[in-house]
Write a protein that binds this ligand. Structure first.
Ligand SMILES: *[C@@H]1O[C@H](CO)[C@@H](O)[C@H](O)[C@H]1NC(C)=O
Ligand SMILES: *[C@@H]1O[C@H](CO)[C@@H](O)[C@H](O)[C@H]1NC(C)=O
Ligand SMILES: *[C@@H]1O[C@H](CO)[C@@H](O)[C@H](O)[C@H]1NC(C)=O
Ligand SMILES: *[C@@H]1O[C@H](CO)[C@@H](O)[C@H](O)[C@H]1NC(C)=O
Length: 553
């Protein structure tokens, strides 16, 4: 330890200076298109969607929460939580059947006996009560637009209700409530709405296709005609399509990609993926997380993630249009899933939409004022439930590679999914976790050598168990050879003497070298044991102007 300290190069740090803000631009559908696996604006620069779902498809057909807060307070919270977009759900019948969408908000809530909800709307959003349901939905779209939020209008169900059961009549074209012609009429109405609201950037053609009638041939035929219907009205819109098995499976596109009789639709096509812990069929809550995460990732890549592979006939952006977990932190399974999700959402740089904004429902499955434990907002809709979660999720905004490389600098950062931070070297040569992009260091990894890029070659070494890892100039030093290990291939291991140690990070303290966690399949089968403090993911970052500047202090 003492010897190694003398080898340290004492006084530098790496700072990436961004002389501009990284805040995401707000854009209209006219300016958006698809380039390879990215959604881009008209200059070709990346526009990364960071959305939150807002439900408006349940029986009352009114976006939730208008009984709890003034709408502008709700939209302010969406913006202050770092989202640039909302996936606003709707039921087909609202647009296609006058006896549904033509009711006023007051009539609709009253018809379900939801007097307390109606009183709340009257109190907080008085000018909504006399609007029809379609007018109210449109008003929510306007209010989101006032805050610069992009919107995807998501066709969630046909018959308004909580979604989604395997055989609930809403699952697949031709099901009891899911008439294909009526569905197209609903898409046309949603596209009509977008014509007056250029913050509507896309339409979700159908949420979670599923059920006994599911098959890829009918999916293909209907998705193609749905996209054509939308583009006949407004060809600026992105069209978003989720696959079979509840938006989890698009593997059938590998051999035969979608084609359209209007070829320009291909430049507006975005695929959707839904990803929750229970989609994996794996014991997320109880198995070795290194192995579970690696198996789940393989599942997701084979089913949908392959679409991100560049230069293939099927290459397209993938929007994870639903993922989520209990925001109260009460569900270890969800927490462990989210550790895995963060790792790969950062690695794959995924556009995403959290389930969900709503802290409560007017009524869901017969329960009034039901609490949404996955809700970003509290039951009273006046604050976020879990500020730490919001901060961690916000890290996914930073990996921003894009197809435009001219004048940009691309580099590697080391992401720590458990905190949402990146590894950076500090002046006194230890390593810490700090915000990705602004203060994080530029790295390279060459088989076994983990280097930080300064003006000179500097490598990371582990002096000993329990001690901070340090930056050194001596490439021949002990503890300088690093191997990627673990079932998820996310741990960085070095041999120091006769010990194998892994980098281990916690927010606010030095990164240390510790006994490697959960490397054997028999280890860490207790839900309290997670290796995530030792998970580090190399991610590609890009500075959006000429200068990533690396300076020494
Ligand atoms: C809504 O936001 C405004 C401005 O921040 C605040 O003064 C007001 O108290 C909020 N309304 C409620 C019901 O919390
Ligand atoms: C309803 O009231 C809100 C807040 O006062 C306002 O922003 C909005 O434009 C009004 N909408 C209608 C349809 O009058
Ligand atoms: C969409 O707008 C067109 C033109 O105003 C209208 O003819 C059509 O009926 C509308 N479609 C729906 C489903 O509302
Ligand atoms: C590094 O410097 C910080 C303050 O800048 C100090 O708190 C910390 O103890 C130092 N670490 C080492 C290993 O010297």
């Amino acid at each position: 330890m003492f010897e190694l300290k003398q080898l340290l190069f004492p006084t530098f740090c790496a700072i990436i200076i961004f002389p501009f803000t990284l805040d995401l631009p707000t854009v209209s559908s006219e300016t958006l298109s698809v380039s390879s696996r990215w959604i881009v604006d008209q200059s070709g620069a990346r526009v990364k969607l960071a959305c939150v779902n807002w439900a408006g498809h349940l029986e009352p057909m009114l976006p939730e929460g208008l009984d709890k807060q003034p709408i502008s307070n709700i939209t302010d919270l969406i913006v202050s939580s770092g989202f640039n977009c909302v996936r606003l759900t709707w039921a087909t019948y609202m647009f296609t059947r006058a006896e549904f969408g033509g009711q006023t908000v007051g009539q609709s809530l009253s018809s379900f006996g939801l007097q307390a909800a109606l009183d709340g709307v009257t109190n907080y959003n008085p000018n909504f009560t006399q609007l029809t349901l379609t007018e109210a939905y449109t008003e929510v779209v306007s209010e989101l637009g006032k805050k610069g939020l992009m919107i995807i209008l998501d066709n969630h169900v046909s018959k308004p209700s909580w979604c989604c059961g395997y055989s609930d009549g809403n699952g697949f074209w031709g099901d009891q409530f899911f008439d294909p012609a009526e569905w197209l009429m609903g898409l046309e109405a949603a596209a009509n709405l977008s014509l007056d609201h250029n913050n509507v950037i896309g339409i979700g053609l159908r949420n979670e296709p599923r059920g006994p009638r599911s098959n890829s041939a009918d999916w293909r035929k209907n998705i193609e005609s749905g996209a054509e219907t939308v583009h006949k009205v407004n060809d600026h819109l992105l069209v978003c399509a989720g696959g079979l098995s509840f938006s989890a499976d698009l593997s059938f596109l590998f051999r035969e990609p979608l084609t359209f009789s209007t070829p320009s639709i291909r430049q507006k096509l975005v695929y959707e993926l839904h990803w929750y812990s229970w989609y994996s069929g794996l014991p997320y809550g109880s198995g070795n997380l290194n192995q579970i995460c690696s198996s789940d990732m393989k599942r997701v890549m084979d089913a949908v993630g392959f679409l991100l592979t560049p230069d293939q006939p099927y290459t397209s952006p993938v929007l994870v249009s639903e993922f989520g977990l209990d925001q109260g932190g009460r569900d270890p399974t969800g927490n462990r899933f989210f550790d895995c999700f963060m790792t790969f959402a950062a690695k794959l740089d995924l556009d995403h939409a959290l389930w969900a904004l709503q802290g409560s429902y007017y009524e869901r499955n017969g329960v009034r004022d039901l609490d949404e434990t996955f809700g970003l907002l509290t039951h009273t809709w006046d604050a976020v439930r879990n500020p730490g979660f919001v901060q961690r999720l916000g890290a996914l905004k930073y990996p921003l590679p894009s197809p435009v490389t001219f004048g940009f600098t691309t580099y590697s950062a080391i992401f720590h999914p458990a905190t949402g931070l990146c590894v950076s070297a500090r002046a006194n040569t230890s390593l810490v976790l700090s915000s990705c992009g602004r203060g994080s260091s530029v790295w390279s990894y060459d088989t076994t050598t983990l280097m930080i890029i300064f003006s000179e070659r500097s490598v990371i070494s582990a002096p000993g168990e329990g001690f901070p890892a340090v930056v050194t100039h001596d490439a021949g030093c002990k503890g300088c050879q690093w191997n990627v290990v673990g079932g998820a291939q996310l741990q960085l291991q070095s041999q120091v003497g006769d010990k194998f140690l892994c980098l281990d990070g916690t927010s606010g303290t030095d990164i240390t070298a510790e006994t490697c966690l959960c490397l054997e399949s028999s280890q860490c089968v207790n839900s309290a044991q997670v290796p995530t403090s030792q998970w580090f993911q190399f991610i590609t970052m890009q500075s959006s102007q000429a200068g990533v500047t690396i300076s020494s202090a």
